[in-house]
Structure formats: C-alpha cells, structure tokens
Write a protein that binds this ligand. Structure first.
Ligand SMILES: [Zn+2]
Length: 239
C-alpha cells in the first residue's frame, strides 16, 4: 500500500450553469489560476492529485454532484475546493468546513499560511449547508481565498503566492517534505516523528501492524481518548 497522500482538488465553478462571482476580477479566472498552480505544486511534491473538474455539465447541481463523484470514486484522502468570495465592502480569507473533524484541523493549519500574505483573517467557519462538504466521503474544506470584488484584496493579488501558501499549509498538515520554497518557521522545531494519514478501512490495530508498533504506543503517541474514534484525513504519529 502506498503511503502517498491522495488529494482531491476542486477548482470552483468554471463550468456551464456554474459560473463564479464577478468582481474587480472574475472568480472563475482566479479559481482556475490558483487551482492550476496548486495542482502543479502538489503533483511536483509527490502528492497524488485528483482534479475534480467536471465534464458535460447539465445544471448547477450536476456540476457539484460530478465534482463530489470524482472525489468519492477516487477514494481521495482529503478534498480541497478553491473559491474566491464576493460581498460589497468585505475583504479577507476564510476557510469553510464541517467542524469537529479532519477538515477543521487542516483548515486551522492552512489559514495562517494565507494570512501571512497580508489578508484579513476571517477565520475557519462552520458550514453545514454546502454540497461539496456534505457529500464528499472524505474530510473536506472550501477555501475562500480572497474577495474578487474587494479593492484591498485585488490590489496586488498574486495567484502564485496564494497557491504557494495553500501548498505550504498542505505540507504542514500532512507532513509532506516541502522543497518548493522556504521551510515554514514552525516546521523547524517539529520532531522527527513519522506520520500516517488515516484513510478508509484504517484502524489503530491495522496501523500498529503496518508500522510494526502496538495499539498502546499509538494511543500514547497521539493522546487518543477513544481508540475507536479515528477519522479519515487525521494525521496519526506512528513512530
Ligand atoms: Zn465560489
């Protein structure tokens, strides 16, 4: 079994019946620019990327449903949807997820990386009404990178920097060696543990066999309260 992370990347909108917001720049072109660059960086780092862009879309629902279908069929470990917001007078970055699982955990690691670029931190926000978050089998997040109708956000917007920041966050969250740019400051003090990203069918007993350790060790290394409750996308230290 390969231990490579399998990551579903959904470039928001960019389909018939499913156009993005129009601001100072168009959301479609921003999503496509950031998403394409992000896919390139992740692929170069050895991450198995599933591009969720749908074909032959017949309706808005069809567009969303096909993205989710591609992610679920691929049995990806994690799902990231790339969007840009629009609302008069607003600016900044937020990440949307269903709280209490891997999505929230990873959002809290990626968001600060984007905020380093100077965007206003609008926080990690709980959402229970988004189709791509609700219907994906794996932990999922939706990144609202910036407001495409905000002069503040669009003034010197750089899709390359945005993609790099998201990529840096992914590397931190899933313990992937980051050779694309600077090593994030806080990574320098991380110990030399070995980590496993939980996928469907994993449990602590299976992981203990796979990494030649014991369930007791895994519980202790990860301060796990309930050994029956590990979730897909969770990063477990195995050594
Ligand atoms: Zn959008």
């Amino acid at each position: 079994m390969s231990n490579a992370l399998k990551l579903a990347i959904d470039i928001g909108h960019n389909a018939p019946y499913d156009g993005g917001a129009i601001g100072i720049k168009s959301e479609d072109s921003l999503n496509l620019d950031v998403g394409t660059k992000l896919i390139g960086k992740c692929s170069a780092a050895g991450i198995e990327v599933i591009n969720c862009a749908p074909n032959n879309v017949q309706s808005l629902f069809d567009s969303l449903n096909k993205r989710v279908g591609i992610a679920n069929d691929s049995k990806a470990d994690f799902f990231i949807s790339i969007h840009h917001n629009a609302f008069p007078g607003a600016n900044g970055t937020e990440i949307l997820c269903i709280p209490g699982g891997g999505g929230e955990e990873v959002s809290k690691i990626i968001l600060p990386e984007i905020i380093k670029l100077g965007f206003t931190n609008r926080g990690v926000k709980a959402r229970h009404d988004l189709y791509v978050l609700n219907e994906t089998n794996m932990s999922a997040i939706l990144i609202e990178c910036a407001f495409c109708d905000s002069e503040i956000d669009m003034r010197s917007y750089d899709a390359e920097k945005m993609a790099s920041s998201i990529f840096n966050g992914i590397c931190k969250a899933f313990n992937i060696p980051n050779n694309m740019g600077h090593i994030p400051e806080s990574n320098k003090t991380i110990d030399e543990g070995i980590y496993h990203v939980v996928r469907k069918g994993d449990n602590l007993w299976v992981l203990s066999k796979q990494y030649n350790t014991t369930v007791k060790n895994l519980i202790a290394l990860n301060s796990i309260n309930d050994p029956n409750l590990i979730y897909i996308g969770q990063r477990i230290r195995v050594r």
